[in-house]
Design a protein around this ligand. Structure first.
Ligand code: G3P
Length: 476
């Protein structure tokens, strides 16, 4: 009936006093795979107390020592890639090879973060007063970056390890303590990742991991007075958190409806393989979510995409299939709702719509029009709408009319046009001749509009988790 896992507080693994657990349902078998502790608000309070205390001495730990521990954690994480990826397969149905990639990428991210932190936190600024009108050269200003305090990290189910360490490592290198609230699906993979930090020997209380029901501890965590910064990746909940949180720095990466604009002069083979790679590679906020193709090349593009879709394998994550079950039954129902709506309004299905449990076969929907929900909403599954456009302006207009603005991409051989389109697209990043993607993980990553606030990427995350402190020497 599922192994039960403990939560992590004060450097120890603990059972919650609630006596309750939360079940993690395997998306493939739809049976309980694991159980995690349903922590109480009192337990959150004591985690926060410890976290505050641990941060004070951690901030005084030399930067090189903090980096050394992070490098150690990165190596341990990579050593544990097999058991962690096994959890990812069972909890979120991530294809086995992608699960391994997630863990290895996470180890690399932690190491890079340690190196980047040493560089950017190891230097401050020195300013002189006489550059500002009316001042003599009598004030010397020394600035450096100091930690914010306790960072709360809330990663999503689709990258429970990678999007946790992308918050943990910047927080720690900058001298903060870290409280992690993993997603329910993916919580055990996250706990195992935390165990790697435990083995690396971080001080007690510096990292904590509380599991439980959002309804019980969600608001309590995000509105907790001890929290000095929140880094969240997920859906609409992020908007609610932003409204409720106090005056603290927030980093939010929410949904996306990443558009892929295909011009007449595009390399259609390149575009087709990126559409399939970007649109059918799992539940990713950076997936290609709408194709906007010039009418004159639409038939040829759709044909090429369909040929590639036909080669995708569909089935369980253990078999490394390209298309695996979506995370929950309600997610599958949501996707089905979008598909049914599009069908009723006249979209052309390029494949037969098929679903078994949480497993949905890949589907390209051609001739999608703006009155269909799928033209605007984010399915988070293997169904992709194609909208045929008669001008580039029409494509840009559709992209910018979205409430999302995470990434976008454009396929053309004309670099001048590509740059102009990139400038016109209201998205945090525009990829020229490639599908949207967050990585490499040191690139800035940000969403406009409802896709989020703040910018991620290793350097930006470290900076966001610090404040500037100045000391001014006043000469007589
Ligand atoms: O969905 C989360 C987002 O961060 C995507 O990352 O690496 O799949 O582009 P990636």
């Amino acid at each position: 009936d599922g192994d039960v896992y403990k939560y992590y507080s004060e450097g120890e693994w603990k059972v919650s006093n609630s006596g309750k657990t939360v079940s993690i349902i395997n998306p493939t078998t739809r049976k309980t795979q694991y159980k995690v502790q349903a922590c109480t608000q009192e337990e959150v309070n004591s985690v926060m107390e410890c976290s505050k205390k641990a941060q004070k001495s951690w901030a005084k730990t030399p930067l090189w020592k903090r980096a050394e521990l992070l490098h150690k954690a990165a190596a341990i994480l990579k050593e544990h890639k097999n058991p962690i990826s096994e959890c990812l397969v069972k909890e979120i149905a991530k294809p086995a090879k992608d699960a391994i990639t997630e863990v290895v990428r996470s180890g690399d991210l932690v190491s890079y973060c340690a190196e980047e932190g040493v560089r950017i936190l190891g230097e401050g600024k020195f300013l002189l007063s006489d550059s500002f009108p009316g001042n003599e050269r009598t004030k010397y200003c020394l600035t450096s970056k100091i930690p914010v305090g306790v960072v709360l990290a809330i990663p999503p189910f689709n990258y429970p390890v990678n999007l946790a360490v992308s918050k943990i490592a910047p927080a720690l290198i900058a001298g903060n303590s870290l409280v992690l609230k993993p997603p329910t699906q993916g919580a055990v993979a996250a706990l195992h990742m935390v165990h790697c930090f435990h083995l690396a020997g971080f001080p007690k209380g510096l990292i904590s991991c509380v599991t439980g029901k959002g309804s019980e501890i969600g608001d309590f965590l995000t509105m907790h007075p001890a929290v000095n910064c929140i880094s969240f990746t997920g859906g609409d909940t992020g908007i609610t958190i932003s409204k409720k949180a106090s005056m603290i720095p927030l980093q939010m990466e929410l949904g996306g409806k990443d558009a892929c604009i295909i011009l007449e002069d595009a390399d259609l083979d390149l575009a087709a393989s990126n559409i399939v790679k970007g649109g059918f590679s799992g539940q990713r906020c950076t997936a290609v979510k709408v194709v906007l193709v010039m009418e004159s090349v639409a038939d040829e593009l759709v044909k090429k995409v369909n040929e590639k879709i036909a080669k995708l394998t569909v089935g369980p994550p253990e078999d490394d299939c390209d298309i695996t079950p979506v995370v929950t039954e309600s997610s599958a129902n949501f996707i089905e709702g979008l598909v049914t709506d599009a069908k009723q309004k006249g979209a052309m299905f390029c494949q037969v719509y098929k679903r078994e449990g949480n497993l949905i076969w890949p589907l390209l929907l051609d001739n999608v029009r703006p009155d269909m929900r799928i033209a605007w909403e984010e399915p988070f599954g293997p169904v992709l709408p194609v909208i045929r456009i008669s001008s580039v302006e029409e494509g840009i207009h559709h992209c910018n009319a979205s409430n999302f603005g995470l990434q976008g991409c454009v396929f053309t051989r004309d670099i001048n046009k590509a740059i102009l389109i990139s400038d016109a697209m209201e998205a945090g990043t525009v990829q020229i001749n490639s599908a949207p993607a967050r990585g490499p993980d040191h690139f800035p990553f940000q969403g406009l509009k409802d896709s989020g606030i703040g910018s991620q990427g290793i350097t930006n995350s470290i900076s966001m988790m610090t404040k500037i402190k100045s000391t001014v020497i006043n000469l007589p």
